[in-house]
Write a protein that binds this ligand. Structure first.
Ligand SMILES: *Cc1c(COP(=O)(O)O)cnc(C)c1O
Length: 376
């Protein structure tokens, strides 16, 4: 059996090696390393795939979130609501901009924020909310958008884990995650569902005025070279990464199907095990399984991980510590003793199993059997 990895980027590369090698060499030979035609082509392809007016490629997903928040013109002290159960980047950029991250709990089954949880945290200082489509499934966005409308809040979607997922509105309209709020952000970190061979990110919006401001901020605040209208940053996707991403974007839906197939096999194997809760699926979102995350009794979680490790099966804990308990954020927490019981309990009971596009049946069967053996 091939060794099992959380993600197998090498095996995925080997299948597209000819195409990728050619694109990389062409890009290098062209000498257009920055803002070359490859970047423009990828931007256009992603705009088309997502059905948005503007994609602004940038250097990574964290920059995408930072630039998005900078474009909203918020003032120090303004509050931005985020889940506590997410990757650090979501809240980090808020704190970095001297805004106040207000961390809230999530739904115990979908691991995502809900409109009710957001509404309970709104104050007269709240200016924006950053829903995270965690692990590859959309937040239930329709009620969130209604809430944002009612309270006049900006919605910046952290779509780093869910690119390619579809959200269906109650009237039947289907839209890609990341295109539902004012601004969407994503990451092309290699292990993400649309991963580059290095760092990368993108910001998307349907609002052309915002798009202009996002583009300006990503490029030193300039609308014209050497004329700086505002203080910006330097955040670019390079041409080599763009060339690779164009090839992988064309396969993104196929890749999502491969992940869904793995998840389907896990679901089937673990569905009836008393101690395992398989990932809950929402009616109105597809799931692109950036992670396949089980919930197990807290007192058995670490033992399960150790058992799997002995069997050469990697697994990961996303995430072991709630953001509101991280030392870095303590100065930003408004209500020091506000507890987020769901997040705290998830941090003790979740375990993510390997899920990627190159998993074969032998590996899958082996993982399923070992997980089942542990709970027998
Ligand atoms: C990966 C990730 C990011 C950050 O992306 P980078 O490209 O690593 O900066 C932000 N938010 C979430 C939820 C992520 O998973």
């Amino acid at each position: 059996m091939r060794p099992i990895q959380m993600v197998d980027l090498k095996a995925q590369y080997l299948k597209i090696k000819n195409e990728v090698d050619k694109a990389v060499i062409n890009t290098i030979e062209s000498g257009a390393f920055i803002n070359g035609p490859q970047v423009k082509a990828f931007k256009a392809n992603l705009e088309n795939y997502l059905d948005v007016n503007a994609v602004i490629p940038c250097a990574n997903g964290t920059d995408a979130l930072q630039i998005a928040l900078m474009a909203l013109g918020l003032k120090p002290g303004d509050e931005v609501i985020v889940p506590s159960f997410t990757y650090v980047a979501t809240a980090e950029v808020i704190a970095l901009l001297r805004l106040t991250p207000v961390m809230i709990d999530v739904d115990p089954d979908t691991f995502n924020v809900t409109a009710d949880l957001i509404e309970a945290a709104i104050t007269d200082k709240t200016k924006a909310v950053v829903p995270v489509h965690l692990f590859g499934q959309s937040v239930d966005m329709e009620p969130v958008l209604k809430l944002a409308d009612k309270y006049g809040l900006y919605v910046v979607e952290d779509n780093a884990q869910a690119i390619g997922a579809d959200y269906t509105f109650s009237d039947g309209r289907v839209s890609k995650t990341g295109t539902l709020g004012n601004i969407g952000c994503t990451s092309f970190y290699p292990s993400k569902n649309l991963g580059a061979y290095g760092d990368g990110g993108a910001i998307f919006t349907k609002d052309l005025a915002l798009a202009e401001q996002l583009q300006r901020i990503a490029s030193h605040g300039q609308s014209k070279r050497y004329y700086h209208d505002c203080v910006g940053v330097n955040s670019r996707l390079d041409s080599v990464q763009a060339a690779i991403l164009t090839i992988k974007l064309a396969k993104l839906d196929e890749y999502a199907q491969a992940r869904q197939k793995v998840a389907g096999s896990y679901d089937l194997a673990f569905n009836s095990v008393k101690d395992i809760q398989i990932p809950a699926k929402q009616q109105n979102s597809t799931h692109v399984y950036h992670q396949y995350t089980l919930k197990v009794p807290a007192q058995k979680r670490d033992a399960l991980q150790n058992y799997l490790k002995e069997k050469n099966i990697p697994s990961m804990i996303y995430y072991p510590v709630p953001l509101n308990e991280q030392k870095a954020f303590l100065p930003f927490i408004k209500e020091k003793n506000r507890s987020l019981p769901v997040t705290e309990s998830l941090c003790r009971s979740v375990l993510s199993l390997p899920v990627h596009t190159e998993m074969d049946q032998e590996q899958l069967d082996y993982i399923c059997n070992e997980v089942l053996a542990f709970f027998k």
